[in-house]
Design a protein around this ligand. Structure first.
Ligand code: BTN
Length: 262
């Protein structure tokens, strides 16, 4: 696929339609991770740190994130003025915003907690959230988003990843997509909680399916996903009908029956 577009700070600034998100933009050609770059800056609600590539991109559960050119890598800072315990819902809100923007380009869904996957279960986007806490309150949340736009996230370790460009069959406009992602996240942050949960549940491919939830200590439960709760957590019903509530920070959820994707 020949590349027609490339992320560019000026183009992002020109195309942004948000009130706040992304207006304080820090654009880099290359960083270790946009989280590292954010740590060195003075940030506020809406600060966007974006890079064309990362040399040490970080993923969930201690994994690395392949970050070659053609992808979109950013950390967005939000200050939701909430208790530390309410953070997960903001990850769901941001996932919904990213979903809204990507789904205008390719059919996709959300794999709980916050991956955007194509209809054949290939990962198009991952989200990793970090919080800065002060006295039990959340000072701000850094939402790290990696979108496989025009890059080729393929390696033997990543059989279940694809890119939006590969699915479209043509190079997509990375700057336009990033600006739309900012606008949709801003729109979703303004929604009431029940609306977020309702919309998230509608597009969440994990709901109704059977999964394996793996805890950090290696223990596992298998069950059917029955509900997304108001805080963004997931309720699983095990075979003996026990309801177990799981939180994205504690477990990794895999589809079973041959539909394992990272
Ligand atoms: C996942 O494992 O699914 C989450 C991947 C998150 C990757 C993004 S890319 C921008 C930001 N900086 C990082 O180092 N990681 C996140």
């Amino acid at each position: 696929m020949s590349r027609l577009y490339s992320l560019c700070g000026e183009s992002i600034q020109k195309n942004l339609k948000t009130k706040i998100l992304g207006r304080d933009l820090h654009f880099f050609d290359s960083v270790t991770s946009t989280f590292d770059a954010a740590d060195k800056l003075s940030v506020n609600h809406g600060t966007l740190i974006c890079a064309k590539r990362q040399t040490k991109g970080r993923g969930r559960m201690g994994r690395s994130w392949l970050s070659g050119e053609g992808g979109i890598y950013f950390t967005l800072v939000i200050s939701p003025h909430t208790d530390a315990g309410n953070m997960q819902i903001y990850t769901s809100v941001c996932a919904l915003g990213v979903y809204r923007a990507i789904s205008k380009l390719v059919p996709c869904g959300i794999k709980w907690p916050n991956d955007i996957v194509s209809t054949d279960g290939k990962k198009l986007c991952g989200i990793l959230t970090k919080a800065r806490l002060s006295g039990g309150r959340c000072q701000y949340i850094s939402v790290g988003v990696g979108i496989n736009a025009n890059n080729s996230p393929t390696s033997p370790d990543l059989p279940y990843a694809s890119s939006i460009g590969a699915i479209c069959g043509s190079c997509i406009d990375e700057n336009a997509l990033l600006c739309d992602v900012m606008l949709e996240i801003e729109n979703c942050l303004a929604l009431e909680n029940p609306r977020v949960i309702a919309e998230f549940s509608k597009v969440c491919i994990t709901l109704g399916s059977k999964v394996r939830a793996i805890y950090a200590d290696g223990s596992q439960i298998i069950g059917k996903c029955v509900q997304i709760e108001h805080d963004g957590s997931l309720t699983i019903q095990t075979n003996d009908k026990t309801l177990v509530n799981i939180n994205s920070g504690e477990v990794s959820v895999r589809g079973i029956y041959g539909e394992e994707y990272v």
